[in-house]
Design a protein around this ligand. Structure first.
Ligand code: PAF
Length: 280
């Protein structure tokens, strides 16, 4: 596995890999877990070569403490990627990604600022900007993102469509722990009590799904999520949104097609998100 720390190195690695065919990309902020490895597997199933990036992107963190305490496990990450057959990894510095006097941003002006974007101002602008840079740097053919961050996936799809970026974007289903908690690099920051409480996210999504299947309205389903989370003193619901998966428009009333449910909740200092797509 080729370790690349500069743009020139990863570009050269991709140029060589391209001789074998298409290149699939998995972008990460490190602290890899089974969820990331599912992205690598999806990419490997579709492309002769897979490359990965590890970069804790400062521009998508609103809270400096969150950036500072974000887990960094480079050695273990590289071992996992190598084991999975990844051909090259790009681990840039902040200066490599954001040159001096850098002033260009990429923003999906509506999608970045609604739903979870209200709870995390600037977050999706930081994501769209860094992902655009990573797409331009690597020139991969396709990129794989987890469905857990449902809004992130929608932002990236919209940005690729609007900017005519020459890359395919694929969503990969959320990977969960045995008790239903969605895998996330943030889970390690939960205290044991918060970790024990966190599956309430999945429980609340299941309650909402059951109501929607019974023909209840989106509002009733959202209220059921709020009521379920309220039973857990260690969790504070930050946002719950029910959207049309195709347009990402909010769904009100009784849905007449599939919906995506997104929620975020704070456990102490850790913000967790979860999502479920419900076929109706
Ligand atoms: O999902 C993530 O890990 C990050 O938001 C991403 C896409 C790697 C951009 O920094």
């Amino acid at each position: 596995m080729k370790i690349c720390r500069t743009i020139a190195e990863i570009r050269q690695a991709v140029e060589i890999l391209r001789r074998d065919g298409t290149v699939g990309l998995v972008t990460t902020m490190g602290a890899l877990h089974a969820g990331h490895m599912a992205l690598v597997k999806a990419a490997a199933d579709a492309h002769p070569s897979v490359i990965a990036t590890i970069f804790v992107n400062p521009t998508q963190f609103g809270n400096p403490k969150d950036l500072e305490t974000y887990p960094r496990t480079e050695e273990a990450d590289l071992a996992m990627l190598e084991e999975a057959g990844v051909a090259a990894v790009f681990l840039p510095t902040g200066a490599e990604m954001y040159p001096p006097n850098d002033e260009t941003i990429v923003e999906t002006t509506n999608l970045a600022n609604i739903f979870h974007g209200v709870v995390r101002p600037g977050h999706y602008r930081g994501v769209a900007t860094v992902v655009t840079k990573l797409f331009n740097i690597t020139r991969a053919d396709a990129a794989y993102f987890g469905e857990k961050d449902y809004q992130q996936l929608a932002v990236i799809r919209r940005m690729v469509r609007d900017l005519h970026a020459p890359i395919e974007v694929h969503g990969v289903p959320t990977v969960r722990e045995a008790d239903g908690l969605a895998m996330s690099s943030r889970n390690v920051r939960l205290t044991p009590a918060q970790r024990a409480a966190a599956p309430i996210l999945m429980t609340s999504l299941a309650a909402a799904e059951a109501l929607l299947q019974l023909g209840e309205t989106a509002q009733t389903a959202a209220e059921a999520i709020a009521a379920t989370i309220a039973t857990e003193p260690l969790a504070t619901l930050m946002a719950v949104d029910i959207v049309d998966p195709a347009t990402f428009a909010p769904v009100t009333g009784k849905p007449n097609g599939p919906v995506g449910i997104m929620l975020s909740a704070q456990f102490g200092e850790v913000l967790l998100i979860d999502q479920k797509e419900v076929a109706l």
